[in-house]
Design a protein around this ligand. Structure first.
Ligand code: ADP
Ligand code: MG
Length: 495
């Protein structure tokens, strides 16, 4: 069965996605995750980023005659980890193949990849889009080596080749064309990025190219066969990803509306213009003349190896989110927010361990804290308020020392560095909630004496009048009264 037919088949029975100008959008991803091994996939040269050109290219990477590739076990182990994390089948026997093409940064004249039998097969990535759960199925993930890099030195009018990157281990992760909007595609990429960094197989650094996505995009009328795809190469930021796919969708619809057909092509996104443009027409698999690499034996993975790797796997974000639901009664949505990164989950765990009510800790972290992190574009490890401080603040609310509103002011002072001792801040700002019930009772009496009209209305059955009285008392206490206490006192006095 050809690839196009099997992609078509896999889409049978899937619900139609949201329409754009009457067209359904279809997106499939190929992601290159650079594996975090210290040395290359088939040589012992270092994979460290940013070295002087060609200082990390061994004889194997330079393709000197007579050299032979030797498989890096660490790369295989990382592929197994991904397979376990995504519920894939891990092939007991997979095969390396030569993908032949000519390019100056590829001295062997072929790239070692996996073709017919990849190491990771099937599996899926699930995530929330808003509050809707989405599942994107994987076709496969295969091991391969990266190519080198051409450096165009315009100032001397020359191009150079840097082979430091040649032979860097990659895992190419290929999805079914299951995504139906730009938002879903970006959410998938974010989730995959989260998983590969969470299980520690990739550092996830997108600027350095450690996680690059190719987005295959097509559009069709609902119910029609799959449209012709164009593949946007090397998206290395979530922002560009969104802009590129949005642009591509509008462009394809424009072409079809003008009566032109879409040509299958590989395109690049230019952040300067916000447009995609064709780089080359698409090669077919036949152009690559794949064949099994005679220099490498088939990759055999014994069940014991898989079990050893499984035993060393961390709890995955999804499992952790489900546990938060069970143990702390958090909603699926909140629990998912808290498991965006190991650091965020750790922060929540620490706050709970320090005595914060889990639900309140979750609200603060996914609300106030997330908002501020976002605003300052920093992650939780750089939050100026520690988990222990957050827990102490939440405890003060629970003890009735401060109201929610006052706690926000305390939090602001902690965050901006105005103070670091919670009780001192409460004291200095006069935010202490009134706990002396005698003093509160006096205020209530004064308010009741001055508001006979509200009392009459309340007794005549108007709830609004009661709220007005609560408001008056809160105002008279300068916001320091405990609203629950005020409610109870008023109810008691009004009979
Ligand atoms: P290639 O390496 O030639 O791009 P692959 O078969 O490895 O081909 O990957 C094809 C990718 O394109 C997959 O991610 C798949 O989901 C996606 N895809 C296939 N057909 C379509 C289509 N009609 N529209 C959008 N994406 C598609
Ligand atoms: Mg491709």
């Amino acid at each position: 069965m050809s690839a196009a037919i099997s992609f078509e088949k896999a889409q049978e029975g899937r619900p139609t996605g949201p329409l754009v100008q009457g067209y359904e959008v279809i997106i499939g991803f190929e992601t290159h995750a650079q594996l975090s091994t210290a040395s290359k996939i088939f040589s012992r040269a270092s994979t460290a980023f940013g070295a002087e050109p060609n200082t990390q290219a061994s004889a194997v990477d330079l393709a000197l005659p007579g050299t032979l590739p030797v498989m890096n076990k660490g790369a295989v182990e990382r592929a197994i980890k991904l397979g376990l994390a995504l519920g894939s089948h891990i092939a007991p026997r997979s095969v390396f193949a030569r993908k032949n093409y000519f390019y100056p940064d590829l001295p062997k004249g072929y790239q070692i990849s996996q073709y017919e039998i990849p190491v990771v097969q099937g599996g899926c990535v699930s995530f929330f889009l808003g509050d809707e759960k989405k599942t994107v199925r994987l076709v496969r993930a295969h091991l391969e080596e990266d190519a080198g890099k051409s450096l165009h030195e315009d100032f001397v009018g020359q191009s150079g080749i840097d082979l430091n990157r040649a032979g860097t281990p990659l895992l190419e992760i290929v999805t079914e064309p299951d995504m139906r909007s730009t938002a879903e595609a970006v959410a998938y990429a974010r989730e995959l990025h989260k998983i590969v960094t969470w299980i520690g197989i990739c550092d996830g650094n997108m600027q350095e190219g450690s996680f690059r996505c190719d987005a295959n995009v097509s559009v069709r009328r609902p119910g029609a066969p799959l449209g012709t795809r164009r593949e946007i190469k090397n998206l290395n930021s979530f922002k560009f990803m969104q802009q590129a796919i949005d642009y591509e969708i509008r462009w394809q619809i424009g072409e079809l509306e003008d009566g032109r057909a879409i040509q299958q092509a590989t395109v690049l996104f230019d952040p300067e213009t916000g447009k995609t443009r064709a780089m080359r027409t698409k090669e077919d698999a036949a152009d690559y003349r794949y064949f099994p690499d005679p220099d490498l034996p088939p990759l055999a993975i014994a069940p014991e190896w898989i079990e050893r790797v499984r035993a060393g796997m961390p709890e995955l974000p999804r499992a952790m989110a489900e546990r938060y639901g069970r143990e702390h009664g958090l909603s699926d949505y909140d629990a998912t927010q808290l498991t965006q990164s190991p650091a965020l989950a750790r922060y929540f765990d620490e706050a709970v361990r320090a005595g914060a009510a889990p639900k309140l800790a979750s609200n603060w972290i996914t609300g106030e804290i997330a908002r501020r992190l976002n605003l300052q574009d920093i992650d939780i490890t750089r939050a100026p308020v520690t988990a222990a401080q957050l827990a102490a603040l939440i405890r003060r609310i629970g003890e009735g020392v401060v109201s929610n509103n006052a706690a926000r002011q305390v939090f602001d002072a902690l965050w901006t560095g105005e103070g670091s001792d919670i009780d001192a801040i409460i004291e200095a700002k006069g935010l202490k909630q009134m706990s002396d019930s005698g003093a509160l009772e006096k205020i209530v009496d004064t308010v009741l004496a001055a508001n006979q009209k509200n009392i009459d209305e309340y007794r005549a059955g108007k709830d609004k009048a009661f709220n007005a009285l609560v408001g008056q008392v809160m105002k008279a206490s300068q916001g320091k009264a405990n609203p629950a206490q005020v409610n109870a006192l008023l109810k008691a006095k009004l009979g």
